[in-house]
Design a protein around this ligand. Structure first.
Ligand SMILES: N=c1c2ncn([C@@H]3O[C@H](COP(=O)(O)OP(=O)(O)OP(=O)(O)O)[C@@H](O)[C@H]3O)c2ncn1[C@@H]1O[C@H](COP(=O)(O)O)[C@@H](O)[C@H]1O
Length: 109
């Protein structure tokens, strides 16, 4: 992941963290936090499906838009679960250079 990508995700995560306990009438993120983990997880699932569907039946612009929706909701899920973006970056970094097939084989042993 490029540093620019990480920076925008980190900035968005900070905004999201700041919405904890905020007014649900003026913040969509605060509304999601108020609804709880199950609702947030449901939104991640929905947005993932919408992104996948866009990839097979819509254009590139829709894939970009749905991907942004998915990443936003995933960041809300991380914030609710107490997972810092750096932990996910670290896990991705650990996998750099390791083929997906080798990683899968290592999981089985
Ligand atoms: N990136 C996003 C972002 N992406 C998507 N969404 C919202 O996600 C929702 C997804 O639409 P849906 O139709 O699936 O959801 P819905 O029908 O409104 O919700 P449900 O009834 O399913 O709960 C829309 O309301 C979008 O506005 C986002 N809301 C906020 N952000 C970022 O979060 C920041 C803080 O937002 P607030 O918390 O609203 O101030 C914003 O400045 C943005 O940077």
């Amino acid at each position: 992941m490029s540093e620019a990508t990480a920076a925008v995700l980190d900035r968005l995560y900070t905004v999201i963290e700041g919405r904890k306990g905020a007014d649900a009438d003026t913040s969509y993120t605060a509304k999601l936090f108020a609804k709880g983990r199950k609702k947030i997880a449901q939104k991640v699932g929905e947005e993932g499906v919408e992104c996948a569907l866009a990839a097979v039946s819509e254009g590139r612009d829709e894939v970009v838009s749905e991907s942004a929706d998915l990443l936003y909701h995933l960041l809300v899920l991380w914030a609710d679960a107490g997972v810092a973006p750096a932990e996910v970056y670290g896990e991705l970094e650990r996998r750099v250079g390791l083929s997906g097939l080798a990683e899968k084989a290592a999981r089985k042993s």
